[in-house]
Design a protein around this ligand. Structure first.
Ligand code: NAD
Length: 388
């Protein structure tokens, strides 16, 4: 039985608890802490956990011995809580975004290594139906060589979203829609196609007058192997849409999965190649999903790794790569220039102290709410989870 402790009992923590409960044969939640202790108590009661409740993570880490600590707090606290949990000999599952600077990411990765512990950062889309299948299809080679990838990370958040105290400031949230929302898709991009070599980007704030950070970003991506990409991130898209489309030398595949293949007539104009479409569909349908999806799937992988079993858990290094690409987007947008990767340790965008002063303050951050009364949040991408 893997003993689990949770730090932070806000909106996303319920998703973690439900994911642990979905595999209660292999893990048990033994403790929860939140600086607002009543939130931890409410979760304990709601899910009938019988866990020990703490108002302070330090005391919890001193008093209990967990095998795995889920960290579900705001971004600026991720580095210090993660390093404390790792030093106290716990494995860690950290919510995204990994941190608020590359220096913090490197510190966490080094601490995990020094203490021989696992650090995994949440990227639940990798375990989400159609995204999982897209990766396997691409890996199989059946769908051809990618030439162009376009990603839509189009969300809708009202200005009320930024009433929460930690959101909407470079110093406390670390970024806007690129870091907080599109990070899932940036991880997908790197998972599917690798790290781009060059980035050119724009960021802006078009609709959130109570937030310092960007609510819109457009990035062009270029790879040394010839692949091109385009990423759009938004918090102002009515109806929301998140998806990926990859044009390969054999057809178009993506999420949502709606493969298309064109072939050229004698004059070069296109006609549909239905036989090839059927081939892609058959290859896609033959891919079976892992038994647990979303957060639960990732947790199952982390538990396997803790037990020393073979696992493809999302590592700290992989999460760092997604974080680095976000910093490159911010650097390009603020310097109005193409940025090449990797970013160097000496780069202003490596450390928070030098990155934050370089970022545009789009608007004055005003909200200071400590929490919303409604606990309901949408975990993006769930519409593409298949039940099979
Ligand atoms: N994977 C996803 O799809 C997804 C979705 C939503 C949020 N998140 C991420 O989860 C994290 C938390 O977001 P949220 O929406 O749950 O925020 P939230 O504000 O609702 O909850 C955060 C909780 O952490 C508590 N907290 C803060 N500092 C603490 C500390 N030092 N010790 C103990 N508790 C502390 C707060 O009191 C609060 O209850 C963020 O990094 C966010 O980006 C991920």
């Amino acid at each position: 039985m893997i003993k689990v402790a949770i730090i932070g009992a806000g909106a996303i923590s319920a998703t973690h608890i439900e994911a642990y409960l979905a595999q209660s044969e292999s893990c048990k939640i033994i403790a929860i802490s939140d600086v607002y202790v009543e939130r931890a108590e409410a979760l304990n009661e709601r899910y009938g956990l019988n866990a020990k409740i703490y108002d302070d993570a330090d005391t919890m880490l001193k008093e209990i011995k967990a095998d795995l600590v889920s960290i579900c707090t705001p971004p600026a606290s991720h580095a210090s809580l993660t390093t404390k949990a790792l030093k106290a000999e716990n494995n860690v599952l950290l919510e995204k975004p990994m941190a608020t600077s590359l220096a913090e990411c490197d510190d966490m990765i080094a601490t995990a290594k020094e203490n021989g512990k696992i650090l995994s950062v949440v990227s639940q889309y990798r375990y989400t139906g159609q995204y999982y299948k897209l990766k396997q299809l691409l890996k199989s080679g059946v769908s051809g060589k990618p030439l162009y990838i376009s990603i839509d990370a189009l969300f809708y958040r009202g200005t009320e979203y930024y009433d929460l105290d930690w959101r909407g400031r470079w110093s406390t949230e670390g970024g806007g829609c690129t870091l907080i929302h599109a990070i899932h898709f940036i991880d997908q991009l790197i998972w599917l196609c690798g790290m781009p070599n060059y980035v050119y980007a724009y960021i802006d704030n078009l609709a959130h007058e109570n937030s310092e950070v960007e609510d819109f970003a457009e990035a062009m991506l270029r790879y040394d192997n010839g692949l091109l990409g385009c990423l759009t991130c938004s918090l102002l898209h009515h109806g929301e849409h998140q998806g990926i489309e990859i044009q390969t030398d054999k057809g178009a595949i993506g999420v949502p999965f709606n493969p298309r293949v064109s072939k050229a007539m004698e004059n070069g104009f296109p006609m549909e190649d239905l036989k090839s479409v059927e081939k892609l569909k058959a290859a896609y349908d033959s891919i079976s999903l892992p038994p647990l999806q979303g957060h639960a799937g990732q947790i199952a992988d982390v538990i396997k790794a803790i037990k020393g079993q073979e696992s493809t858990y999302v590592t700290g290094e992989e999460a760092r790569a997604a974080f680095e690409l976000v910093q490159a987007i911010y650097k390009s947008a603020t310097t109005r220039s193409e940025v090449s990767l990797p970013l160097m340790y000496s780069d202003d965008f490596y450390r928070k102290e030098t990155m934050v002063p370089r970022m545009p303050v789009f608007n004055t951050k005003t909200g200071n709410l400590k929490g919303f009364t409604t606990g309901a949040i949408k975990v993006g991408g769930s519409e593409y989870i298949e039940e099979k």
